[in-house]
Design a protein around this ligand. Structure first.
Ligand SMILES: [Fe+2]
Ligand SMILES: [Fe+2]
Length: 280
């Protein structure tokens, strides 16, 4: 299929995200959160996690807005814009959900941090713009959103507080769709690229995998805490919607191996090679 054919229509899953109506769950009842039930230390440490989450969600709003601009400049079918608009409103909603959760934990308002983009600004000419879009989708949607699915599944298991759990369930509902958007869109973008997965694109994957491993859990080096015997079970202590570095590490490595690398292989990458050379 040549790149003109590729532009004619979007994959069917992208079309259905764009065409289907959105069914929203009710907003969590933040007013019912009871600070008095928890120690100050527990509240403060959970608030830091939720604040970090709020700022990451806010950064996703920025990324998807920039991607929407890039996709339309690349001539993508309207379904991509429709699906991205859906992702944008989801991430704006996630931002506010995490912001509100932080506020009830802190008992004080939270101002979001202005976004420092993790990518350079989108280039003005088309070939580098395509490479830019491939990088953003590969990183934020394919790796990032695919990791989010089991992270939020684990958060549902761990969380004991009903308001925190309702907030997590709201966000979790959208992550599967976001990850699907990523894989479908990456395949479509690679089809526009004359060389498909070339050496540069393979290197981008490698570098981004290394960055995820280094930066995922608030700067904790995941390789130092991983323990493959570790199982995610309901918390025996109160939990306000947090995962330990160990939880995080075990989910990260399992998902990279069983989900992320095989899906990159299916698109023509050499996933395991990219993983092995992530620090070169
Ligand atoms: Fe999100
Ligand atoms: Fe997401």
């Amino acid at each position: 299929m040549n790149s003109e054919d590729r532009r004619a229509d979007a994959p069917s899953k992208i079309r259905s995200v764009h065409r289907a109506q959105i069914d929203r769950g009710p907003w969590p009842d933040f007013e019912s959160f009871s600070r008095a039930e928890y120690s100050e230390t527990r509240l403060r440490s959970a608030a830091l996690d939720w604040e970090r989450r709020a700022n990451l969600e806010y950064a996703s709003v920025h990324e998807f807005a920039a991607l929407l601009d890039a996709m339309t400049r690349l001539g993508a079918p309207a379904s991509f814009a429709g699906a991205l608009a859906r992702l944008l409103t989801d991430e704006a909603r996630h931002t506010e959900l995490c912001q509100r959760m932080t506020e009830v934990l802190r008992g004080a308002p939270l101002e979001l941090q202005p976004v420092t983009p993790p990518y350079a600004a989108p280039p003005s000419s088309n070939a580098p713009l395509l490479q830019w879009a491939i990088d953003v989708v590969l990183t934020s949607c394919c790796i990032g959103e695919t990791l989010s699915i089991p992270m939020y599944e684990a958060l549902v298991v761990r969380t004991t507080d009903p308001v925190a759990e309702a907030t997590i369930r709201q966000i979790r509902r959208d992550e599967y769709l976001h990850s699907t958007f990523g894989w479908e869109t990456l395949e479509w973008l690679l089809g526009l690229s004359p060389n498909g997965v070339d050496a540069d694109t393979q290197r981008v994957l490698s570098r981004r995998l290394g960055q995820f491993e280094r930066g995922c859990y608030a700067g904790v080096a995941l390789s130092e805490v991983v323990d493959f015997e570790h199982v995610i079970e309901p918390s025996t202590e109160p939990n306000l919607g947090t995962l330990s570095a160990k939880d995080f590490a075990v989910i990260f490595y399992a998902t990279i191996e069983s989900e992320v690398l095989p899906r990159f292989d299916a698109l023509g990458f050499r996933g395991m090679d990219a993983w092995k050379s992530r620090y070169e």
